[in-house]
Design a protein around this ligand. Structure first.
Ligand SMILES: [Zn+2]
Ligand SMILES: [Zn+2]
Length: 446
């Protein structure tokens, strides 16, 4: 009897270590001998074989267990599902497989009542985060709970996934969450210091990248936590000097992702990514100015100086933006087909803030023909011959091709001066751009 028990225990142990090490053959052999072992759990944490497979990224074993009709939502001692462990360890293939097999994305653990979305955000696995969000859009969760509610789901201390991502210095997750409707100014209940916003938590964590993302989405530098502190004071307290400099209410305001863009239907993903990048670059330029002369220099950023240079040299035969005459046209306005650079597109929209008095939000219009902007798409890069053939087209902004004579030598540092100086249109008059609309939709906000 005793022998039998210890034999089962050995087999069980053999099963779990085989799952952990990804030894599919042994797992198969053990389960063939005793199929009931599939439902065994480890002694203390009560992890199932499925948990161990998910946490270790053992996709073949995980698939086999699921095909053997193992419940994908089996929970361990802390009511964690295999899905949560996959999100925690960034095992994207296992996470996707579990979702395919019908794993519930709306389960809460018993530690802090967190979901798999919290886990992905906390541990910074943006691919897993994205996969869970995609699943949420098409799953019954969206119907029963509402997608926005799911994105902003709170744990037992009032922390939404965005709070965790900001605190743990996960800028990519911060961006994805914001992009999916996470509330940028939501306060926690008891997580961190009570009443903390994501910006307070990013200040606590000391991540410039997270702070930049949050500010670009309109996070409020003046919002106070329950003890009356603004994010600036939190950064100071924790000696994150560069963060504090940006959060200092007397520093220049960052550019905020312009609300009119949200009203342009079908802003396609590529165009959006391009514009977002331009916005971030513009804000980085500002940061440099703010930090210049302080003790804090920017940590060498993910900033793609080299990438930008590549684009410029590749694009030397393409069209120069007719507004700033500095950047290459990368954005095309539809339906009219006029083109401009991402920086000018953003400037146009940033300057076209809704009038708070009328509360009426007018989408921006094309600066060339004043027709309303239906879509913004990536401008197609023409090769030389195409462009030459079209040179006779007077109606096309491509006529100004000749102006491309400016060199790009100091482009790296000055490419965003149009935006940061907020006056990319100041040059229009002197440039003979008579075709540009003259009404001042883009005048500075008061
Ligand atoms: Zn431009
Ligand atoms: Zn136009």
């Amino acid at each position: 009897m005793g022998q039998g028990l210890s034999c089962a225990a050995t087999q069980e142990h053999g099963l779990f270590s085989a799952v952990q090490s990804g030894d599919l053959d042994t797992v198969k052999a053990v389960l063939e001998r005793d199929p009931s072992l599939m439902h065994q759990t480890t002694a203390y944490d009560r992890q199932s074989a499925l948990h161990i497979a998910a946490a270790n990224g053992r996709i073949e074993i995980l698939s086999m267990l699921l095909e053997g009709s193992m419940d994908p939502d089996v929970v361990n001692r802390h009511k964690q599902t295999p899905l949560m462990l996959a999100a925690m360890h960034g095992k994207i293939a296992c996470l996707k497989k579990l979702i395919e097999a019908g794993a519930n994305i709306l389960k809460f653990d018993s530690l802090h009542e967190r979901t798999c979305l919290h886990y992905a955000a906390y541990y910074g696995h943006s691919d897993c985060l994205q996969a869970v969000l995609s699943a949420a859009q098409s799953s019954p969760v969206a119907v029963s709970w509402g997608y926005a509610r799911f994105v902003n789901i709170r744990d037992d201390r009032g922390a939404a996934p965005l709070h965790l991502a900001a605190r743990q210095r996960r800028p990519q997750c911060v961006r994805i969450l914001l992009d999916n409707g996470a509330l940028v100014c939501a306060s926690t209940g008891g997580y961190g210091c009570p009443g903390s916003t994501p910006l307070h938590l990013a200040a606590r964590g000391g991540s410039l990248d997270c702070i930049r993302e949050l500010l670009a989405w309109g996070a409020d530098r003046f919002q106070r936590d329950a003890s009356g502190r603004i994010p600036y004071l939190v950064a100071l307290k924790h000696k994150h000097g560069a963060c504090a400099a940006l959060l200092n209410p007397s520093s220049a305001e960052p550019l905020v992702w312009p609300s009119p863009l949200k009203f342009i239907s079908e802003l396609n993903q590529e165009a959006k990514a391009l514009l977002e990048r331009a916005l971030m670059e513009a804000n980085k330029e500002r940061e440099k100015k703010i930090l210049k002369g302080t003790a804090y220099s920017l940590p060498s950023p993910s900033h793609s100086d080299s990438g930008a240079d590549d684009n410029i040299s590749e694009a030397s035969d393409t069209e120069l933006c007719c507004i700033c005459f500095e950047q290459v046209c990368t954005i095309e306005v539809q339906d009219c087909g006029h083109q401009m650079c991402a920086q000018c597109t953003l400037a146009l929209c940033c300057h076209n803030k809704p009038n708070p008095a009328t509360a009426c939000i007018n989408p921006p219009v094309c600066p060339f023909c004043r027709s309303s902007i239906v879509r913004l798409v990536i401008a197609k890069v023409k090769d030389c011959e195409d462009a030459d053939q079209e040179i006779g087209d007077i109606g096309s902004p491509k006529m100004r091709k000749a102006r491309r004579s400016r060199n790009f030598s100091n482009e790296g540092s000055s490419s965003f001066k149009g935006l940061s100086a907020m006056s990319p249109f100041g040059k229009m008059g002197g440039r003979g751009s008579g075709r540009l609309a003259t009404e001042n939709e883009w005048v500075d906000k008061p």
